[in-house]
Structure formats: C-alpha cells, structure tokens
Design a protein around this ligand. Structure first.
Ligand code: HEC
Length: 104
C-alpha cells in the first residue's frame, strides 16, 4: 500500500515535468553538476574564480541556444575548462539535458 502511494506520487511529480527523463536528470545533476553549477545552474562564484572563467548560467539564452547534441557533448566530453562528467552514460547525459531544458 505504502509503495503504491509513493509510486503514484513520484509518477505525478515526474509527469509534471516537461520532458521524459528530466526527473532522473535532476538527480544526476544534483550529484554530478551542482557542485560547480549550483542547484539551478546559476554557477558558483568560487568555482568561476578558481577556474578563472565566467560560468554561464545554464538557464541563460546562450546555453539554452545550444542544441541537445551540443549540451550532451559538453557533459560527455567536457568543454574548455570543464572536464567530462565522470561515470555518466549516454542515457544519463540525455536525462541531464532534459533537466537542463526545464531550467529556462
Ligand atoms: C568541477 C566543476 C564542474 C562540474 C562538476 C561541471 N561543470 Fe560544467 N562547467 C564548468 C566550467 C568551469 C565551465 C566553463 C568552461 C569554460 O568556459 O572553459 C562549465 C561550462 C558548462 C557549460 C557551458 C558550456 C558552453 O558551451 O558554454 C555547460 C552546458 C555545463 N558546464 C554543463 C554541465 C553539466 C550538465 C554538468 C554535470 C554533468 C557539469 N557541467 C559539471 C565546471 C563544471
């Protein structure tokens, strides 16, 4: 009974998100990206300073203008001073991209 209630609840929550996979993506984002990019992708000042780069807010037009394929590539291959995210599969990268799209 309890499991059904929890299952239904998480179904309702994930159905509320725009894209399939976005809820998995949020968890992955929290684990793999939040440390540098912040909970909402706003970017942490200390990290920007440490890497001596302007961390673009992930909800910004410039980041959102990138294609899904480009964002996936940043996650899997890194870009500039960002290293590839460790231990992220292709499918998980898709989920993270789906989550990034909910930020705008
Ligand atoms: C160790 C810190 C760190 C982690 C962890 C990290 N990033 Fe980054 N990220 C950076 C830095 C630094 C840059 C800026 C790179 C540059 O401009 O050279 C960046 C840039 C980006 C950009 C913008 C790329 C562009 O083309 O302008 C995206 C999108 C991004 N990160 C997504 C992610 C996602 C999604 C994750 C998790 C899978 C993640 N990052 C994890 C440090 C990090």
């Amino acid at each position: 009974m309890k499991t059904i209630a929890i299952g239904t609840l998480s179904w309702i929550l994930s159905a509320g998100l725009l894209y399939a996979g976005a809820s998995e993506g949020k968890e992955l984002f929290t684990a793999k990206c939040q440390g540098c990019h912040g909970a909402n992708g706003e970017g942490k000042a200390a990290i920007a300073k440490m890497y001596n780069v302007a961390l673009p807010p992930l909800a910004s037009k410039e980041v959102q203008a990138k294609s899904d394929a480009d964002l996936k590539k940043v996650i899997l291959s890194g870009k500039g001073k960002m290293k590839p995210a460790a231990g992220v599969t292709e499918k998980q990268a898709d989920d993270i991209v789906a989550f990034l799209r909910t930020l705008k």
